[in-house]
Design a protein around this ligand. Structure first.
Ligand SMILES: [Zn+2]
Length: 156
């Protein structure tokens, strides 16, 4: 049985003279490891939620701030919760600074909110996940989550 969990996906939108990073938090339902169809359905649930959030953000918030054309790419995915406590667990619809380190397979990343890179690596070392490669890079991201339909756009 694979338990239900969260995924964080970091996207980069690049324009002629600009770039914008979007961090999306989605849920993924539990499934039986013996059932490939259920695993595919769980993946598709997270994919669909991420696509929905990205489309809304690009159409509404990005276009409001920056009118140019952008192309987007997925910089990496984190399976599970961040090693750092706190803010990334809560509401989105806000800008924040995160630290990002890639694993040897660069599609997989570790993302955390920390005051410094040293604080980020301390949190990674205290966590029971596999350790990504150094260094970590700071990214100023817009955080958007599946729960933000109950949020507040006042400061978005
Ligand atoms: Zn732009």
């Amino acid at each position: 049985m694979a338990p239900a969990g969260r995924e964080f996906r970091l996207y980069r939108y690049t324009g002629l003279l600009c770039r914008h990073d979007l961090l999306v938090r989605v849920d993924r339902p539990a499934y039986s490891n013996a059932d490939q169809g259920a695993e595919d359905a769980a993946d598709d649930f997270a994919d669909s939620a991420a696509a929905h959030l990205r489309e809304w953000w690009a159409r509404r918030l990005l276009r409001r701030d920056c009118t140019g054309e952008h192309r987007s790419e997925l910089l990496g995915t984190m399976d599970g919760d961040p090693p750092t406590d706190g803010a990334l667990d809560g509401a989105g619809l806000r800008h924040c600074r995160v630290w990002v380190a890639h694993h040897a397979d660069p599609r997989w990343i570790v993302v955390g909110e920390a005051a410094s890179e040293a604080e980020f690596w301390t949190a990674v070392a205290d966590d029971d996940r596999s350790v990504p490669e150094r260094p970590a890079a700071a990214h100023d991201v817009y955080l958007l989550t599946v729960e933000d339909g109950r949020g507040d756009l006042t400061d978005a």
